[in-house]
Design a protein around this ligand. Sequence first.
Ligand code: NAP
Length: 295
Amino acid sequence: MKKKPHFDCVALIGIGLINSSLARVIRRDSLAEKIIGCSRSDATLEKAKKLNLCHSYTTDVSFAVEGADLIVLGVPVGANKQLAKIMGPALKQGAIVTDVGSVKRCVIEDVKPHLPESVHLIPAHPVAGTEHSGPEAGFEGLFENRWCILTPEETADPDAVEAVKNLWLQAGMQVDSMDAYYHDQILAITSHLPHLIAYNIVGTAYDLEVVNESEVIKYAAGGFRDFTRIAASDPVMWRDVFLNNREAVLEMLGRFSEDLSVLQRAIRWGDGDTLEELFSKTRDIRKGIIQAKQV
Ligand code: NAP
């Protein structure tokens, strides 16, 4: 059952697309007495301030988390370790540390060793986003009807899990819990590999010598356009995703390459049945996604 959560003080570490959207939800629904926005640069904090996302702003991570009962890491996953080292000693007893990162095993490995025993780590991944970054890109409806995956360890405190779950339910998400390893496997095929393919296809088009740039842009509606949207996603965020979910992505990439070879062979030998059979199966997956309202 959904229960409106309430926190005394929420510290948002990183105030980009995801955490700024969360700040909007927390403000809209009065889920906290105080929101502290923390970012690496003054420029980003200035943008957050103009949008009135938080009650106070700082670039000092230790200062931001002192006294907070909920801390949300919303930075590229490769930055978590360094931030956890800094904030660990400043955390309040019993505080909940969560995150929004797209890879989950690395959060447990990188963050947990730096937290005091009394602090609860409840990793989370709101599976919602756009190709845009920064506080201005956020909006409160971002999470509506999407899934959020929690990956608490078996020993995690049930009340802390419940608090994080209620936060995302309040943001309009459906919430699932699973093992971090399993999460990383699933997301490797549903999110990480599609991004890699998009980056690669756009890169290939960019390097083509037979087609010039203006032709690529002019005829983009032939399918290329949809890849360019995905390939416009934040380079640092995605660099960190691939570096931190290496094994699962390589496993999926191996399978993908094998399947691609089958298509390559079918095209070479004029085997229309193989092509048509696959293209019909993939249509059904699309129908399923539409029926589940995940478009
Ligand atoms: P974003 O809009 O690019 O914002 C990133 C924030 O992190 C900014 O406040 C930035 O600070 C800060 N930051 C970047 N590098 C840092 C570093 N080395 N040390 C400290 N702070 C740093 O990012 P986002 O799209 O919200 O993504 C945040 C997290 O959400 C990522 O882990 C990502 O995997 C996850 N996620 C993203 C999406 C998506 O579609 N974008 C969806 C689900 C989950 P400055 O601007 O001040 O430099």
